[in-house]
Design a protein around this ligand. Structure first.
Ligand code: SF4
Length: 332
């Protein structure tokens, strides 16, 4: 099996008490069975508190938060379970976050989640570099369509190389990514259609119809999704901020592309994923303020909520707010 990771993956270290947000608030923590068994055995007052904090919901064990905060999150920002019982007593969610893995059977891709402030800082500050790969024993025969995966891998490599080209405006990067994704999408769904080799100039045209639609409409769409934090609610209510493209956006586009492009092998819908990338960049740009905070908050509210992700991918496919001509105009 081949395991690959972004060049910056191994540099992540949790900054714990220095974290400007925390993964110990706002979310439910899903407990794996092995951890629940261990928590049932912990003696003393800490064991009693652990057991009373476990709730079962739809057959899953969840650690109950108190007013949106993990009850084991100490005032100094450190975790009481880790400090008193050791790292091996953390559940897999807490031990692994913000590291995630996409397992395709014969290969696995590791990523950092943008929803962690320190991971967001690393993602946005790391220069473009090829992914690092290594072979390890194990793996399973893949269940995916091999020719579709080969096309997605080749096309992702092309677009990632293009994203590294210096001096190209962010609007042009995103337009190219979206129009190229449509071409690959067509080939996934109509195998008789063979895409041309990637040529950036093929996607540089500007003759799009003038369809009415605004960034405010897109903010209104997001306001109808699940909302986790008051800050996100306030920012959505305040509406879009006029803003230019920050020079770190190519790194952000690379993150989204590495994370989502290959997932189209599950349903052959690459176009909606590319639109999701464009929509995400537009939202993060028009949130305004500090880019790392805007990107991290966006990810926490959207990428870490499966219902919101489903709504966004469905919306990218069919919602009038996300018609291609509107998105392409808003990129300027
Ligand atoms: S959000 Fe990231 S940096 Fe902050 S406490 Fe969690 S893992 Fe550490």
């Amino acid at each position: 099996m081949i395991i690959s990771e972004p060049s910056y993956y191994a540099s992540f270290r949790c900054i714990a008490s220095a974290c400007p947000d925390s993964c110990c608030k706002d979310w439910d923590v899903l407990l794996d069975e092995e951890t629940v068994k261990k928590y049932l055995q912990v003696p003393g007052e800490l064991g009693d508190r652990l057991r009373s904090a476990i709730r079962t919901e739809d057959g899953e064990s969840i650690l109950c938060f108190d007013n949106g905060r993990c009850p084991f999150w100490r005032a100094d920002g450190l975790c009481q379970v880790q400090s008193e019982l050791g790292e091996s007593m953390l559940c897999s969610t807490c031990r692994e976050y913000p590291r995630i893995a996409h397992d395709y059977g014969d290969f696995k891709e590791l990523e950092l989640e943008l929803s962690c402030p320190e991971a967001a800082r690393i993602i946005l500050s790391s220069p473009a570099a090829p992914r690092i790969s290594r072979g390890v024993p194990g793996g399973e025969p893949p269940a995916y369509d091999r020719s579709a995966m080969a096309l997605l891998q080749t096309s992702r490599t092309s677009i990632l190389e293009f994203l590294q080209t210096p001096g190209i405006p962010v609007s042009q990067l995103l337009q190219t990514l979206l129009l190229y994704a449509y071409e690959i999408d067509e080939s996934l769904n109509y195998p008789d259609f063979t895409p041309e080799d990637f040529q950036a100039e093929n996607y540089a045209h500007t003759d799009f119809p003038d369809v009415p639609g605004t960034m405010q409409d897109i903010f209104a769409f997001f306001s109808r999704l699940e909302i986790l934090t008051d800050e996100w609610k306030t920012r959505l209510a305040a509406g879009p901020v006029e803003n230019t493209w920050d020079p770190r956006f190519p790194q952000l586009i690379r993150y989204f592309t590495e994370r989502y492009w290959l997932q189209a092998v599950s349903d052959f819908d690459l176009a909606s994923r590319a639109k999701f990338i464009v929509i995400s960049c537009l939202m993060i740009r028009h949130m305004g303020g500090d880019l790392i905070r805007a990107a991290q908050l966006y990810s926490k509210e959207i990428e870490n909520d499966s219902e919101n992700m489903d709504a966004l991918l469905d919306g990218a496919f069919s919602a009038p707010e996300f018609r291609d001509a509107i998105l392409l105009r808003l990129l300027k």
